[in-house]
Design a protein. Structure first.
Length: 382
């Protein structure tokens, strides 16, 4: 194996220009795939961030709701119907919708996505409240006109400190809490308020809400309660958090085409990288046909020569992936506080390495086909 590695590395490093072309092709391909899949993962996470942080055992949503960001209104009577179902401990109204944010210094208004949840001593700890609070207190949202914003959108909203004021619609809004890391996949800032505040900002009647979050009793079976709710309530969707997540992901990633576009770009990067590496390995093999023919003439098996080519491809993969990995980590750090960060998980990293190796192995097929047709007699015909 040592001889195979030596011969493969000599072939690879013999022509530095060609080696650079190979590495550049791999790096370009893997960095492109890293960015596209990293954004895809980030996109996927942010789609369900509200559902993930909501303390709900079951969601009651308007019929045909496709995602958390788009829903109609539920009537107050449906909440009381749900409360009467055996096993239901709590039904928490959530108001959510798009509104217009006007900066304190004037100028063009900015669209926001407003989320309102019960706040105060009587509401307990349940609901959909802001998390990762770095300034202020969540309980202060119970005060009139109080809102919470995320640090990522401070510049976009024109407010970056506690006490800053703006307008939502025609109503005053005062920042009492600031979070870090609550970002929207649509880049529309998330703004939190109390339930009453959200109703006032969005013009929602006091008895209505966009969602009802159901908390089941500790000794109750969630699946059984869900089935009872589905049977007793009409014109609504009764969803588990897992079902709601999947529905939201399917809608935003595939029904809208956003996810397909990201995956399509990643596939394009793989194809381009494979073609570049294949061309380079093919050209390198053609240049060393005499050497390979000599190996065949002195008794080396085809398997031995194929190992040389595959190890050469593997070396290219390791070098290219090392550089691409460093660039990928730099991009992750550079976009950590951006509105749409690149996410790089250990599983994705391992997958990218396996992809790089597979890409280079597939690219080596063209070179292997040339070698398998070598006639050892060509050495003596020179």
């Amino acid at each position: 194996m040592t001889l195979v590695l030596t011969l493969a590395s000599r072939n690879l490093f013999h022509d530095r220009i060609r080696l650079i072309a190979t590495v550049v092709g791999i790096v370009f391909s893997i960095v492109l795939v890293t960015v596209q899949l990293g954004v895809f993962l980030s996109f996927e996470r942010m789609i369900t961030t509200m559902i993930d942080h909501a303390q709900a055992d079951v969601w009651i949503a308007p019929a045909e709701t496709k995602s958390f960001e788009g829903s109609a209104l539920l009537a107050g009577r449906q909440r009381f119907q749900a409360l009467s179902v055996n096993g239901v401990a709590e039904v928490i109204p959530i108001v959510a919708g798009y509104a217009s944010w006007r900066k304190p210094k004037g100028g063009a208004s900015t669209p926001i996505f407003l989320v309102g949840s019960p706040i105060g001593a009587s509401s307990g700890s349940a609901g959909l409240r802001p998390w990762n609070v770095v300034e202020g207190r969540v309980d202060d949202l119970s005060m009139p006109d109080a809102v919470a914003i995320d640090l990522s959108y401070a510049e976009q909203l024109g407010v970056g400190e506690i006490g800053g004021t703006a307008e939502i619609g025609n109503h005053k809004a005062r920042v009492v809490a600031i979070t870090k890391g609550i970002r929207s996949f649509t880049t529309t800032p998330h703004v939190f308020s109390s339930l009453e505040g959200a109703r006032a900002y969005l013009g929602v009647p006091s008895s209505m809400a966009n969602y009802f979050m159901v908390r089941v009793a500790p000794d109750a079976d969630v699946a059984a309660v869900r089935n009872r709710l589905a049977g007793d309530l009409s014109d609504v969707e009764v969803l588990t958090p897992a079902e709601f997540r999947q529905r939201s992901r399917t809608f935003w990633l595939f029904d809208t085409g956003a996810g397909a576009a990201l995956l399509g770009s990643a596939i394009l990067g793989i194809i381009v990288g494979t073609i570049i590496v294949a061309q380079t390995l093919y050209a390198s093999t053609k240049d060393h046909l005499k050497e390979f023919a000599t190996l065949r003439a002195i008794g080396s098996s085809r398997v031995y020569i194929l190992k040389v080519i595959l190890v050469q491809a593997l070396l290219s993969a390791v070098i290219g992936f090392s550089i691409a990995g460093a660039i990928g980590l730099a991009l992750v750090n550079a976009t950590a506080d951006a509105a749409l960060p690149v996410v790089l998980t250990p599983e994705l990293t391992l997958g990218l390495f396996a992809l790089t190796v597979a890409m280079c192995a597939i690219a080596a097929v063209s070179a292997i086909r040339v070698v398998t047709r070598i006639d050892p007699a060509m050495v003596f015909a020179q």
